[in-house]
Design a protein around this ligand. Structure first.
Ligand code: SF4
Ligand code: SF4
Ligand code: SF4
Length: 257
């Protein structure tokens, strides 16, 4: 092989090697960056910050899970090594009634009080778990194409509560009905049985950490149609900082605004 050709091939090979290497590093960086904040914790887990302060990585919760749902993160998993998490597409949480993974936690990183057991009497209600929330990818859910599929709906332990089917006319065909899965985020526990059951290649319904996908209204808006929420208005007058209403109107009409 002549010298120039060999040098060209070597440079090309090095270039491909560098590209392949940087591609590998970049893709693993991106997947780590994406994966890091998306870990689903066991039922009863405190906020991620508190959980990280309290979890001593003893692994007891994983040992007591009868379904092998819970795993301890390995160094390559990109969440803090040794902390428990689960991947619903592989093994969801089966929402055990006695929630054996929680009371064994020695530090209350998993707190039975968050499942309604305020006096440690074993009166936990797994329905109160907030492991995550299911989100439907409407573009890739075949029910939104008009194909009849209710796999996620049927798999849900809280069927017709956490997930419902909404019937809607299909204007494209004019003779079929859409059966659309709709998740109620107030009730969904994030168990992931729906994600496990989804028939698409990559699940079109997936569970994500609640603080990553749910908004927060704050205190500015009141549901006037809900008595409990409306009671928040009772003391508003006494808390008002506006001295006179005319002044407030003039202030709003000021040129600066
Ligand atoms: S509730 Fe049951 S299935 Fe779910 S994580 Fe705990 S022990 Fe495992
Ligand atoms: S039992 Fe508690 S402290 Fe131990 S790994 Fe599980 S969450 Fe962490
Ligand atoms: S994660 Fe899915 S299966 Fe579990 S409660 Fe929520 S909607 Fe139902």
């Amino acid at each position: 092989m002549d010298k120039n050709r060999r040098s060209l091939l070597l440079k090309t090979a090095q270039g491909v090697g560098i590209l392949a290497f940087s591609g590998l590093v970049w893709s693993s960086y991106v997947s780590k960056a994406k994966a890091a904040p998306l870990a689903l914790r066991p039922p009863g887990a405190r906020s991620e910050k508190e959980f990280m302060q309290l979890c001593i990585k003893c692994g007891k919760c994983t040992t007591f899970c009868p379904y092998d749902t819970l795993k301890l993160a390995k160094p390559e998993d990109s969440i803090p090594t040794g902390t428990p998490y689960f991947t619903p597409r592989e093994i969801p949480c089966y929402m055990c009634e006695d929630v054996p993974c929680v009371p064994v936690c020695p530090t209350k990183a998993l707190d039975s009080a968050l499942l309604g057991d305020s006096s440690d009497l074993g009166a936990m209600d797994i329905r109160k778990a907030q492991m995550g929330v299911a989100i439907v990818d409407e573009k890739n859910c075949v029910a939104y194409w008009g194909i009849q599929c209710d796999a996620c709906y049927r798999a849900c332990p809280l069927i017709d509560e956490a997930i419902k089917l909404e019937y809607k006319a299909n204007n494209r065909t004019n003779k079929h009905t859409f059966l659309l899965p709709i998740v109620d985020s107030d009730i969904c526990t994030g168990c992931g049985k729906c994600e496990r059951a989804c028939i698409t290649e990559r699940a079109a319904i997936m569970v994500l950490p609640r603080d990553r996908v749910l908004g927060s209204v704050g205190t500015n808006y009141v549901k006037g149609w809900e008595e409990k929420d409306e009671r928040r208005l009772e003391n508003v007058k006494s808390q008002s900082t506006t001295k006179d209403s005319k002044g407030a109107i003039n202030y709003l009409n000021n040129d600066e605004f």
